[in-house]
Each structure stands twice: as C-alpha cells, then as structure tokens.
Ligand binder design. Structure first.
Ligand code: DO4
Ligand code: MG
Length: 287
C-alpha cells in the first residue's frame, strides 16, 4: 500500500491507497492520524504495516485523493542523505570541483558518504516550493529514492529531492553543509510506499523533468539498479555508532544530473517520478 498524509484543518489524517481505492484510515481508527501511528501499531503487534492497514480498511471511508491536500508524508525528526552512490554523481562532482579526487575515493571506498540533510522545518512536501540559495549561482534538484526508517529499520520508501548548490560545493567540499542545508533545501513525498509495494528497491525506474515558462527544459531517466551501494548498507552506515531518532528519512543519492550549463531558476517546476511510488512535484523559489 501507499500511505499519504492529508491536511484536515489543523489536524492530519492518514490515507492508504491500494490498487484502485484510497481509504481514510483515520476514519476507521481515530488514533491513527499519521504514518508514525501506523508503524507504532504494527510494531506493537509484531506485524508489517500493510497487514495492520488491511485490517482497518473494512471500517474506513473511501476517498478521492484528487480532492485532498497532501502534506509531507512523514514528520521525520531528521533527514540524512547518502552521496556519490551513482557513477553519474561522481563524474559531475569531479568536473565541478577544485578537489576532484575526494569524490572518486568515496565512490570506490568501503565507507559511504552519509551527511545530515534537513530537519522538518527545512523540508517541504508535494506542491510546495523548494529553495535555491540567494548566494548561489549554480543549483540543481537531485532526484533520489528515499528510505523511511523506524528505529533504524527500513519500513517504507518515498521520493526525495536533495536540492543542492553546485557552485558552493564545487568551490570547496568543506562547504558541503552550506550547499546542502538551508531553508526549503529538501522535499519528500508524495507518499510512503511499503517495502512490499515497492518490491526490489534496486530495480526501479526513476525520471525527472524540469519545466520553465510552460516548456520542458530538462528530461532524464535512469534505474536504481545503477546504485553502487544498496539501501540496507546505507541505512547500516547511517545508524552505526549514531543514535537515530524513532523516525528518519535517508536519501540514497542522485542518479540524474542535468548538464553543466543548467541551473534551477525561481518559478521552475520539478517533477520526480519513481516506479512503484509516484511523482513528487515542486516549484522553485529563491531563499
Ligand atoms: O558529495 C556530495 C553530495 C553528493 C550527493 O548529494 C549525491 O550524490 O546525491
Ligand atoms: Mg544528493
């Protein structure tokens, strides 16, 4: 199943989408208002989230998702990200950087690059604008498969946009936190797909389009099979010697990089689609 967080006035509701039907799970159990509530219920009875949700749907109202306001699908305390997990990312960073060797060493090395990306206050959901920094001249969206972790274990997958300043990171790799962490630097959504729904996370197509003034200015697609380090290994590297929060999101690295001449501009519309999960749409604003 796929799980959506809906805005209902000041409250939120949890919806579950099967193949043809979407159910308002909160209408079946008023204390299940979020993905966190569902996972906690599943952990308490030792079942997976789909099994718990499937028992709830017989008492749940059916809804039309197109009439709903969809929010960030999970209020994770921390969002982290892996880097240089696809050859295309390694090559792009080598070409932008004054210090290219560090990227090759990470791509070839045993220890993956894992970095802090965002807090909830810096994260936007579907339909909201992501940010490009006012002090950056070269910015890109980074379309990434994202794992959702509960107590360090993967409990679902979503789509992440690791919006990044290539000019700031390119100037010096030690500027990475400023290239990566700022207002509206991250988007996740539109839903969380259960591991059973996604199937093999390393066998998914992923594509990105960027529209400007009604015209498509970038289109690219690839496969998560090109990822050099698997999601479980990235999650293990993130949680090792690191007390992780109850809920966290781990972006798994970018697989599509626009050509060097491209930079994101205020007003652009970015669409990222991952097979089995959906499409994450965001505008762009200067922050
Ligand atoms: O090394 C810098 C960040 C890499 C990254 O964000 C990616 O490969 O997606
Ligand atoms: Mg990235």
């Amino acid at each position: 199943m796929k799980y959506y967080r809906l805005i209902d006035g000041c409250e939120s509701r949890l919806a579950a989408a099967g193949t043809n039907t979407v159910y308002d799970l909160t209408s079946a159990r008023s204390n299940v208002q979020s993905f966190r509530d569902l996972v906690q219920a599943a952990v308490a009875v030792g079942e997976d989230i789909d099994a718990v949700a499937e028992r709830m749907v017989s008492n749940a109202e059916q809804i039309d998702l197109s009439e709903q306001i969809i929010d960030v699908p999970v209020n994770a305390e921390e969002i982290w990200a892996a880097g240089v997990t696809y050859r295309v990312s390694e090559e792009a960073r080598q070409s932008e950087s004054e210090m290219p060797d560090v990227y090759q060493q990470v791509y070839d090395g045993d220890r993956p690059e894992i970095f802090f990306k965002a807090t909830p206050s810096r994260t936007v959901g579907p339909g909201s604008a992501v940010g490009v920094r006012s002090d950056s001249g070269w910015d890109v969206p980074e379309p990434e498969l994202a794992a959702v972790l509960y107590d360090g274990d993967i409990v679902g997958y979503t789509i992440g946009n690791d919006v990044s300043s290539r000019s700031i990171e390119g100037e010096n790799p030690l500027y990475l936190p400023q290239a990566k962490v700022y207002d509206r630097c991250c988007s996740i959504g539109p839903c969380i797909a259960s591991p059973e729904t996604v199937g093999d996370p390393h066998d998914l197509s992923i594509s990105m389009t960027i529209d400007r003034d009604g015209e498509t200015v970038f289109e690219g697609e690839t496969e998560t099979s090109k990822m050099v380090t698997e999601c479980e290994e990235l999650a293990a590297a993130y949680t090792r010697s690191n007390p992780t929060p109850e809920l966290a999101v781990l972006l798994t690295g970018t697989s599509i990089v626009p050509e060097d001449e491209f930079t994101l501009t205020e007003g652009d519309e970015v669409g990222i689609e991952i097979e089995g999960i959906g499409t994450l749409q965001n505008g762009v604003t200067t922050v």
